[in-house]
Design a protein around this ligand. Structure first.
Ligand SMILES: [Zn+2]
Length: 467
């Protein structure tokens, strides 16, 4: 009898083990499962999944779906359940100059030309070095990650240092070495800057986080020869081109006087758009210019804070979208053209600015605005197959936002909330390329106190240098 009970128990245990082995064999392995009350996918159907989850393996998303289904399909060693929260694709900043965070607020309330020639260019001459770029970029990465930005698009000097710092922070970047028609701290001539850009592209070619780019500053700061050389370099390496375009009315007027063409027509005549181009601002684009941008699949980085602060004008975003142009959002700055890296603020301002200039509160609705900060931003960068939405096979770049603060309740519409109510400070968790970068508001990749202390130190040094 005794041995009978023992035998039965053994059989039961064996059966249970076999059963769980079968289950384990059936369940696919994930490295991380993130779940929340709302999963905003931003996929082609704009699926919003209630009680949803995202399964991640390595650098990529395995599956997105109902939490119960994901739990049935996958087993995981790491699980993050955010409860009453939103999980969505990481935000994409399509235009910035990260290291300029150390010039934040150095000169405000003046026009672009005065700001550039009287303050920024002299301050850069005296202060820009690899070390300054390292700390400025690190500071920017802290602010961007905290605000839910997982990809940034950057134009600056010593861009190899920007790239190395972004990688340390675990951030994704489309980063362009600046080419400009006067001596700067990392290159005495545009030709030397082009050589730097080529070395930079070779170093970061095929990097999982960095897309190296060529960044001629603007049509008005570069000769036709330099612009053509930039295009040839970009085409040769299949690298994107980053440029400021039609930011001010004066830029357009000067171009008409000097070249008898708009800045966009001039670039087109130089074959510039043969490389995938990301044009920042586009405030003063004509219908003919927009036709060119559409024909050449050029993306536009709309920077409403910057355009408003410098009184550059209101970019015709609704018109651009109607032309079929991809428009993303950018913070620009943050020296004097914005002063922070907050894409939630840019979403809010972008939507409201279009309503104001079109006299139509229906213009640029919340859903389209969220798309500009995510999947359309990815299209602007030519990275829509990799990022911008939560879909199986894409890179695992996602963020979570809390919904328990006064300004977040009640919630009737997720997209409306994301644009008009929620704030960068509601972001609690950030995953980039499958890696936890911020967990419950704790930064995991950057020493934040050391970065803040260094930024203060630089602030004092920079203030002295421009006295
Ligand atoms: Zn800019």
């Amino acid at each position: 009898m005794r041995s009978g009970i023992h035998g039965n128990l053994t059989a039961a245990v064996r059966y249970a083990c076999l059963f769980s082995l079968c289950w384990l064999a059936r369940a696919e392995q994930a490295d991380l499962i993130v779940s929340a009350h709302y999963v905003v996918t931003m996929d082609a159907r704009q699926d919003l999944i209630e009680d949803g989850a995202v399964a991640i393996h390595g650098e990529r998303i395995l599956a997105v779906g109902k939490r119960a289904d994901i739990d049935r399909r996958f087993q995981t060693s790491q699980r993050i359940d955010k409860g009453d929260a939103i999980v969505m694709p990481g935000l994409i900043n399509t235009h910035t100059h990260a290291a300029m965070s150390l010039f934040r607020g150095i000169a405000d309330d003046m026009n672009l030309q005065d700001w550039l020639t009287r303050f920024i260019f002299p301050a850069e001459k005296k202060n820009v070095s690899p070390e300054m770029v390292r700390w400025g970029t690190r500071l920017a990465c802290v602010e961007m990650i905290r605000g839910g930005i997982t990809t940034f698009t950057d134009m600056y000097y010593f861009e190899d240092t920007v790239a190395a710092t972004a990688k340390e922070a675990g951030m994704r970047g489309v980063l362009g070495e600046t080419i400009i028609g006067f001596p700067v701290n990392d290159a005495p001539t545009p030709a030397k800057a082009l050589k730097l850009a080529e070395g930079f592209i070779r170093t970061f070619h095929n990097d999982p986080l960095i897309v190296p780019a060529v960044a001629p500053h603007a049509p008005y700061t570069n000769s036709d020869e330099t612009l053509k050389a930039c295009r040839m370099l970009a085409v040769h390496y299949k690298a994107p081109l980053l440029i400021h375009l039609s930011e001010t009315k004066k830029e357009n007027e000067d171009s008409q006087n000097e070249h008898k063409m708009s800045p966009t027509q001039r670039l087109d005549s130089l074959g510039f758009f043969r490389a995938h181009t990301i044009a920042a601002h586009g405030v003063w684009l004509s219908d003919a210019d927009m036709d060119i941008l559409k024909r050449t699949n050029t993306g536009v980085a709309h920077c409403p804070s910057s355009n408003m602060k410098l009184a550059s004008g209101a970019a015709p975003v609704v018109k651009m979208l109607n032309h079929g142009i991809n428009v993303g959002l950018g913070t620009d700055g943050p020296a004097g053209s914005n002063n922070d890296f907050d894409l939630f603020e840019e979403m809010d301002l972008a939507a409201k600015l279009q309503k104001l200039i079109t006299n139509d509160p229906r213009a640029l609705p919340a859903r389209t605005t969220v798309a500009m900060a995510t999947i359309m931003g990815a299209k602007v960068l030519g990275l829509e197959k990799e990022i911008g939405s939560l879909e199986a096979g894409k890179r695992a770049d996602l963020i979570a936002l809390r919904l328990d603060r006064a300004h977040a309740v009640p919630m009737y519409d997720v997209y409306s909330h994301l644009v008009y109510a929620l704030k960068a400070s509601d972001v609690t968790d950030v995953v980039i390329n499958g890696k936890m970068i911020m967990r419950d508001t704790k930064m995991l990749t950057i020493d934040v106190p050391a970065t803040i202390a260094k930024a203060r130190e630089y602030g004092m040094k920079i203030a002295q240098s421009v006295k």
